[in-house]
Every structure is written in C-alpha cells, then in structure tokens.
Design a protein around this ligand. Sequence first.
Ligand code: F6R
Length: 241
Amino acid sequence: MRIYREDDYCAMSRRGADILAAQLLLRPDSVLGLATGVTPMGMYRELVEKNHRGELDFSRVRTVNLDEYVGLAPDHEQSYRYFMQRNLFDHVNINPDATHVPDGRARCMAAECRRYDQLIEDLGGIDLQVLGIGRNGHIGFNEPGDEFPLGTHVAELADSTIDANARFFASRDQVPRKALSMGIRSIFQARRILLMVSGREKADIVAAALKGPVTPRVTASVLQLHPDVILVGDREALSGL
Ligand code: F6R
C-alpha cells in the first residue's frame, strides 16, 4: 500500500486528482469506480478545473458509482446520481451515457443488483476505484456484518451511517434506511484502489481497518489484501497509522 500523507483536505484533494489524472493519461478510456460523500468533493472540484484548463479529457471515460439510496429519484437533491451530476458530470466533457449509478427506484431490486454486476463485468471491470471510508469502516454501503457481501445488494444502513448522513437531510427521519451498494467482489477486483480519508474523526477507524484484523465487521479491512491500494489522507485521518 502506498501512502500519501498530506497536510490538509485541500492537499489531499489535489493529490487524489493528480492520481486520477495520471490514470486517465495512461488509459483515456478507463473505467472509474466513483464514490460520493464529503471526502471526494474537493478532488472532483480539482478534476473539473483540470478539465477546464484543457489538462484532462473525459470523453472516453466510463464510470460506475458505488451506491445509491433506495427510493430516491435521480433528480432528488440527496440522491447520489444528483451528487455526481452536480459535482462532476455536469462540468466535464464526459459522455452521459457512459456514467452509471445503481437505480434506486428500480421496480425489482434483485434484478437491478444482477444488472449492475453484469454491467461492471461487461465494461471489463474497474480500472481505478475511488473509495471513502465510513465511521464504522464501511466502503460503499458494505456495512459491518458476519460476512463480506460479495455482489451488488440492498444494504440496510447501520444506525451510525444514518446518523452520519443525516447532516445532508432536513431531519434524521428523512434519511433512507436502505441503499443499493456494489459488493466487495467488484471493489476488490478493481485493478487499482484510491482510498481517500480526511479528518480526525476517521483516524480510529482508518487505523482499525488498515492495521487490525481482516474482518467483515470492518469491511474496509479487506483492502489490506489488495495488491494495489493508494491511500491518500490528511494528517489528522492518518494520525493513528
Ligand atoms: C459513498 C460511499 C460511502 C462514503 C463513506 C464516507 O458513495 O460509498 O462509503 O465513502 O460513507 O463518507 P464521507 O466522505 O462523507 O465521510
């Protein structure tokens, strides 16, 4: 695991953007696995600026997002499709048809899970997967459990996840209780993983995930076994390593 220890959130975001840009220079038609949340927002801003300066071309990029809330329409302000449009896709020269987010309003969730796994396979797998980490150690919405969820699945959000995500909704009651999430298999099969972490409140879980036992109780711990993980964090988040 390569570790980049950056001074603060801005420096972490710039480093993440440089790594992602290098990936697209080497392979302009990369399949990118993307995450939402506060952690990658600064990196997306940097990528938009690189694109506007003519340094980065998204025209051949394909993307698959990690997750989506069950029940939220794509134009709902808290949906992850909306997040991606607002933070990245609407501002760069990406082909809209090449951007994929699970459909949280699918009529049959089991079929949507199968479709999403098949889609990732048909794209040839993920070249670079961007990840954040939840306070309970989740990646995507692979919540703590007795075993690693392998395929795309409907996740029951843990109480701590609902608490953490309530800041984006008018009240805790409005946070959806379920989400569609890519499973550990697709994440783990990504050829390269870019794990981004920021803030003191992540320090304990980052240390537990990367130094503790590999266990489905902390799903990010599986990353210890992946051959090509790049960890980019600010000093606070990496203070326990
Ligand atoms: C988001 C996702 C989640 C977040 C994690 C950290 O698509 O899959 O696993 O990466 O909850 O969220 P932030 O960055 O908001 O702390």
